[in-house]
Design a protein around this ligand. Structure first.
Ligand SMILES: [Fe+2]
Length: 210
């Protein structure tokens, strides 16, 4: 979801007409919501995952964990710049503020892509070996606990759109007392309505198509 949504953001911003406050508000909310979740996700990884892997795997993973922290740090410096550019643009949706936001999003995208590629390629396999299901469940609970409940169905829908079904079931089982099919329907319709409003289609391009 991060790959897809961040890749689509610069074009979304550039397509908003100068002076169109309503549309800048819609796109600004979209960007702020996802950026805030990215930050939440990273803080939880920093606090929970890297220390555990370092403890279990020792020195052999020290440089990889340092790389994860450094990449998160780079992103943590860019995220407030995105926030500031979003609010400047919303306050005054000029061509200059629009371009400034698109530029910072363009700077963030390759950093995020490199981080996700490294994390999925090198760190997730270690997590699968060294972190137990119970620990992982605790991690997911911590993450969902810091998400606004009103935003949770949309977030789940964003994950479900491309997430593998097994992981989606795990997220639902961990984060919600309600594991009935209705929760997935709610999430899918929240995502479809949001994507229609933001992307102009209920089925935006998938990350593999971008
Ligand atoms: Fe990460």
């Amino acid at each position: 979801m991060f790959r897809r949504e961040f890749a689509l953001m610069p074009r979304l911003v550039l397509d908003v007409a100068t002076g169109d406050r309503d549309r800048a508000g819609v796109i600004g909310d979209h960007i702020a919501g996802i950026t805030s979740f990215l930050h939440t996700h990273h803080v939880l990884e920093d606090d929970n995952v890297w220390p555990l892997l370092l403890d279990r795997c020792g020195e052999s993973v020290a440089s990889l964990m340092e790389l994860m922290e450094a990449q998160h740090h780079q992103l943590a410096e860019l995220i407030p710049q995105v926030d500031a550019a979003v609010s400047a643009w919303r306050d005054s949706p000029t061509a200059a503020s629009r371009q400034a936001l698109a530029d910072v999003l363009d700077r963030l995208a390759p950093v995020l892509k490199e981080h996700l590629d490294t994390e999925e390629g090198l760190v997730v396999p270690l997590m699968e070996q060294r972190i137990t299901a119970a620990e992982w469940t605790g991690f997911l609970k911590g993450e969902s606990g810091s998400v606004d409940p009103d935003y949770a169905p949309l977030l789940l829908g964003m994950m479900m759109y491309e997430g593998d079904p097994e992981s989606v079931e795990q997220v639902i089982a961990t984060t919600s007392a309600d594991t009935s099919p209705a929760i997935k329907e709610l999430a899918a319709s929240a995502f479809a309505a949001h994507s229609q409003r933001v992307h102009g289609t209920a089925t935006p391009p998938r990350s593999t198509e971008l």
